[in-house]
Design a protein around this ligand. Sequence first.
Ligand code: 5GP
Length: 141
Amino acid sequence: MYDDQNVFAKILRGELPCHKVYEDEHTLAFMDIMPQVDGHTLVIPKYPAETLFDLPAELAGHLLNSVQKIGRAVKIAMQREGIVIMQLNDQSAGQTVPHLHFHIMPTSLGALSRQSHAQTMGDQMVIQQCAETIKTALDTL
Ligand code: 5GP
């Protein structure tokens, strides 16, 4: 059962703020508030799916298209060739927000394993600056 009080549902309804970098008919991308690396961005469907398995197949292409688009922009913005794209399904796998999302992280698996997940609030100025750089990179695609 989808919980429409989760933070991403509130962001989608405009009840909570976010550093938005991209939006289209089916998806929204914004900065993670507790980034595991500078440039950590989240891509979510507007459809109320808790996990990947709850997303209708016909919406999967739209979501993956946005993941590719934001991934490319993050690579350019953060000047990294290699990036991690992560997606957790269910609390038992470590998912902390019950609305489907992809993490776009300009880092490596090794560096990521030394970072705690969703623990420390990021510096708002740095997050805002990363969002602006990613938006500028998006304009070049
Ligand atoms: P999960 O653990 O579900 O895979 O990832 C949830 C992510 O959402 C975490 O990386 C966490 O830092 C981020 N997050 C949690 N609450 C908020 C919020 O209110 N705003 C934003 N922008 N990110 C959030």
